[in-house]
Design a protein around this ligand. Structure first.
Ligand SMILES: *Cc1c(COP(=O)(O)O)cnc(C)c1O
Ligand SMILES: *[C@@H]1O[C@H](CO)[C@@H](O)[C@H](O)[C@H]1NC(C)=O
Length: 451
């Protein structure tokens, strides 16, 4: 409706190229695209359909930021500066002001905390998502004979699934007895909040931990974290979230929602490169908890860490969960990326995102609804920027053709593609071109089948 109204005001149709240009002109954060390097190389299918030939193209439509964000332009400068300092000064590089040692990770927590609605001392920059999940489960999964279950979704990301299984086994329980799996109703793709609450209501007394994604990686469904957290805690369960697909994508209020803990990776919407250093959140209410935890020297109060007394002065809160010296080069890229987020805020990003994904959805429904089904929820409050399209044709074949036309998104076997117009660097015109290309590709398929 908003789109139709805007188009009418401007005297164009929502499906006109003119309209995409108009939306780009009135985009308040369009300037941020200049802070990123957009990919220029694409793998094209050879005559057998294998994606091998690498060619350079200047008009790539990158819609894969949900899988790997693009590179902030200043990353290289930060890394070179860091390497130069090390080369010239050796160990002395560590004591320079503004350098990694000893508090750079704590400095970056300030910007990161804003993205998740937390206080800086509730967020720590460390390890990777899966490692952080293990570390936090050491504290927050404390099963007893009567309360040993973990509630997860059946389609949980494989890493989360393995982590849960191994943690359960580690405590002497059996995954088959201790995992409760949520799944959508028959012929539905999306979990209903009411169904999740129902399981919590009925089985909550036996559940030690509710572990869900903020946004489901496959369907793009955004969970109602506030409501789920409240219901689960009322039943005495701990609540943790995997925010891999939610952070930098939607507004989060982890502190106000009273979430117990969360962890996320920073290479998707946070654009900090393959295998980037990850992050974790623990609510202030657990600041001085005496739960079991694994401890290393980086959890020691930074001011006296180097006194080397072996008398632990553990940092309160999540900072006490840090184990090792953070990777300096990793932090360089994260610093470059968070500086871009600092120029805006999640409310502004989300506002564009709702319009941009709404525009994508509108064009898909107008132009290719014959060939696809969008399984992501229609309600903007129940999704982030990504839409998942179920195709009538083999997704990898469609994707080969899309790649040939310089589109990068991703395929989930057997017949889905995920399309993520990331608002920080995606233009409305990119979305417009993408849908036109998809329409041509899908029409080609239809013709072939008729012949
Ligand atoms: C990407 C992703 C991960 C990745 O975990 P790493 O430890 O960073 O490799 C985990 N969980 C979800 C839901 C993801 O989407
Ligand atoms: C760390 O130690 C210093 C010096 O003893 C102290 O002033 C500071 O409050 C401590 N920090 C934390 C977070 O406990």
């Amino acid at each position: 409706e908003v789109l139709t109204e805007l188009a009418q005001q401007h005297g164009v149709q929502t499906t006109d190229e003119e309209f995409a240009k108009f939306l780009d002109e009135k985009d308040n954060i369009a300037f941020l695209r200049d802070d990123f390097i957009l990919p220029k190389y694409i793998k094209c299918p050879d005559k057998d359909g294998r994606l091998t030939i690498v060619s350079e193209a200047h008009n790539i439509i990158y819609l894969n930021g949900h899988s790997l964000g693009v590179q902030p332009k200043t990353s290289k400068q930060h890394i070179i500066k860091d390497l130069d300092g090390w080369a010239k000064k050796g160990s002395l590089c560590r004591s320079e002001p503004g350098k990694i040692f000893p508090k750079e990770d704590e400095r970056l927590s300030v910007s990161m905390a804003k993205l998740v609605g937390a206080f800086p001392d509730e967020v720590s920059i460390m390890n990777t998502l899966s490692v952080n999940l293990h570390l936090l489960m050491v504290s927050f999964y404390t099963p007893t004979q009567t309360r040993h279950k973990i509630l997860i979704e059946k389609q949980a990301f494989p890493s989360d699934y393995y982590i849960v299984q191994s943690q359960i086994e580690q405590r002497g329980f059996k995954p088959e007895d201790s995992i409760i799996q949520l799944q959508p109703r028959e012929n539905e793709d999306i979990l209903r909040t009411a169904d999740i609450l129902d399981v919590i209501e009925k089985q909550g007394d036996s559940i030690a931990l509710v572990l869900l994604p903020g946004i489901q990686y496959y369907t793009g469904q955004l969970f109602d974290m506030e409501v789920i957290t409240k219901a689960a805690q009322a039943k005495g369960c701990m609540v943790g979230y995997d925010l891999a697909h939610a952070v930098g994508n939607v507004e989060l209020k982890l502190h106000d929602w009273e979430v117990d803990f969360a962890c996320w990776c920073n290479y998707k919407y946070i654009n900090s490169g393959v295998g980037a250093v990850g992050s974790a959140f623990m609510h202030r209410k657990h600041e001085n908890n005496e739960r079991p935890k694994f401890i290393g020297w980086w959890g020691h109060n930074a001011s006296t860490r180097l006194d080397m007394t072996n008398e632990l002065d553990l940092s309160p809160g999540i900072n006490g969960y840090r184990i090792s010296y953070p990777n300096s080069l990793g932090l360089c890229v994260l610093r470059a990326s968070l500086a871009i987020f600092d120029k805006t805020n999640m409310r502004e990003i989300r506002e564009k995102s709702i319009l941009l994904t709404g525009y994508l959805e509108h064009l898909l429904l107008s132009k290719v609804s014959k060939y696809i089904e969008i399984i992501t929820p229609k309600d903007p409050e129940q999704r982030g920027c990504q839409l998942t399209l179920k195709l009538k044709y083999t997704a990898s074949e469609v994707y080969s053709k899309l790649m040939k036309r310089h589109v990068i998104c991703d395929v989930r076997k057997p017949n889905a593609i995920r399309v993520g117009p990331v608002p920080l660097y995606t233009r409305f015109i990119d979305v417009y071109w993408f849908v036109n290309i998809l329409q041509e590709v899908l029409q080609d398929f239809t013709k072939k089948i008729v012949l």
